[in-house]
Design a protein around this ligand. Structure first.
Ligand code: NJP
Length: 270
């Protein structure tokens, strides 16, 4: 039967590609999505190693139900892919408080809901892998990315510590930090844009939006390639704790690491 995977946000984008890659590798996949119909349309006719379940990750009860049903049906969850998420793209002050909170409700608290539902099963077996789709924006922030980055930095801080709590219990963690991937991520269907007009930022916001619209569909990262990497790493006995994916992500992360190192050196007290 191979390993049993539970994937969030599997209706499209990276989550869909990871589910497909795992199926192609002979694994069993529970693909979860806000819309079961959308997920069924995406995967086509039922396959015996594929099961589709409804899951909006902001619903902790639904997260527990999805984890419990997976274990009921397949006996275990070997790999959790905490993938679902979206981006509020724009300058911080152009977002309402509600928009900022919703970004955290999905990207941080939703992701925590799913982990909380799955880890008891993994701890009980002293085995399992949690793959968390963070972002290079969880390591580096910039103008226009403040709100999204805040949610992904939070994921990084949470998962870096939680992974150390889980490791002695046999549960491993892989944090994935992709650069820009060719998915629906930057289009109007997925991304949110600030709704408050502030003249001081108008020109910079216009430039940022034209960058986002220009990048949409032309992102350098191939989600199929990343999905294949994740499936390959999950089959290793001892996967790394981080995967920085794409030349763009490695460039930005390296520049941040260099800057941090230089600033730490300059911070020496005299
Ligand atoms: O984006 P997209 P990706 N409950 O928009 C689902 C990270 N990332 O595949 O809207 C459950 O094609 C949504 O479901 P639905 C990014 O932060 C991306 O690129 O109902 N699901 C869809 O399946 C995210 O964590 C890039 O169809 C919810 C999926 O999430 C992950 O990659 C770069 C949900 C989004 O599909 C996947 O994003 C990077 C909820 N409440 C990190 N809300 C990039 N693409 O450039 C949304 O560094 N979904």
């Amino acid at each position: 039967m191979g390993k049993v995977w539970l994937v969030t946000g599997a209706s499209r984008g990276l989550g869909y590609e990871i589910a497909r890659a795992a199926l192609a590798a002979g694994e069993t996949v529970v693909a979860t999505a806000r819309s079961v119909e959308a997920a069924r349309d995406a995967f086509g006719s039922d396959q015996d190693r594929l099961h589709v379940l409804p899951l909006d990750i902001t619903d902790s009860g639904a997260a527990k139900a999805a984890a419990d049903k997976t274990v009921e049906r397949f006996g275990t969850i070997d790999v959790l892919v905490n993938n679902a998420g979206y981006a509020e793209l724009g300058f911080f002050e152009t977002f309402t408080d509600a928009a900022v909170r919703h970004q955290f409700e999905v990207n941080l608290f939703g992701t925590m809901n799913v982990a909380r539902a799955v880890t008891p099963h993994m701890r009980a077996r002293r085995s399992g892998l949690i793959v968390t789709i963070s972002s290079v924006s969880g390591l580096v922030s910039n103008a226009g990315g403040a709100v999204y980055s805040a949610s992904k930095f939070a994921i990084e801080g949470w998962m870096e510590g939680f992974a150390q709590e889980l490791a002695p219990l046999g549960v491993r963690s892989l944090l994935v930090e992709p650069g820009m991937l060719r998915t629906d991520f930057m289009d109007g269907k997925s991304a949110g844009f600030g709704s408050i007009d502030i003249p001081d930022y108008a020109e910079a916001v216009a430039q940022y939006r034209s960058f986002v619209y220009g990048a949409n569909g032309n992102q350098p990262g191939d989600p199929k390639l990343l999905a294949a990497r994740i499936v390959a790493l999950a089959s290793q006995g001892d996967p790394p704790s981080r995967l920085v994916f794409g030349d763009d992500a490695r460039r930005w992360a390296s520049a941040k690491a260099d800057q941090l190192r230089a600033e730490i050196t300059q911070s020496v007290d005299h």
